[in-house]
Design a binder for this molecule. Sequence first.
Ligand code: PRT
Ligand code: MG
Length: 213
Amino acid sequence: MITLALSKGRIFEETMPLLAAAGIEVTEDPEKSRKLILATTRPDVRVVLVRASDVPTYVQYGGADLGVTGLDVLLENGNQGMYQPLDLRIAACRLSVAVRADYDYASAVKQGSRLRVATKYVGLARDFFATKGVHVDLIKLYGSMELAPLTGLADAIVDLVSTGSTLKANHLVEVERIMDISARLVVNQAALKLKREPIRRIIDAFASAIPSA
Ligand code: PRT
Ligand code: MG
């Protein structure tokens, strides 16, 4: 049995065409079912649904043989002990700094002010501002980062941006692009040795179906 860990939502949806290229179709709709283990048209392949930030943990410890997860998750929560053969170029976005449209970020940075930054990505934000030589107080949030500058909780946020419409709807502006993010295929190292052939075939099929840049 080959187990693939996915999270519901964009990762699941954008992985479906890659699975199709491997001749695999998931036979249940995760939005309509409460099942956490989904069967596929291949009797030897199943999908497990986990929280986006839990995908690397499942793969690292062998709860899943393969997984699809954002580079943001891998860099923030650790990517040790996994083989990372492919940038799948799906679920693409960028990690950025955003502030209220009426906040003068450039002046605050120039003056050496201490910035209060709210984010789910405390590690990535700390590294970014340290490299820039900007002093920050980091405030850890688990979601809805956009609210922090609007309520006075923080001067800035570090969050993912794709279309920019969430920032716009909340009168925030992007002031720095920290890095480009996309989803990666991760593989358990022991599984790659023990189930080499079937896993190789899935990796090759995924590789052939990656959207072009
Ligand atoms: O939602 P949950 O708390 O369960 O987990 P999650 O938010 O980690 O999962 P999910 O499914 O939302 O995201 C999974 C992965 O998709 C992330 O780890 C990223 O690698 C990738 N991804 C790509 C994104 C986005 N684009 C994205 N736009 N993840 C989140 N967003 C959010 C962003 O945080 C912001 O709130 O969408 C909003 C901005 O979108 P735009 O289009 O308005 O700019
Ligand atoms: Mg989300």
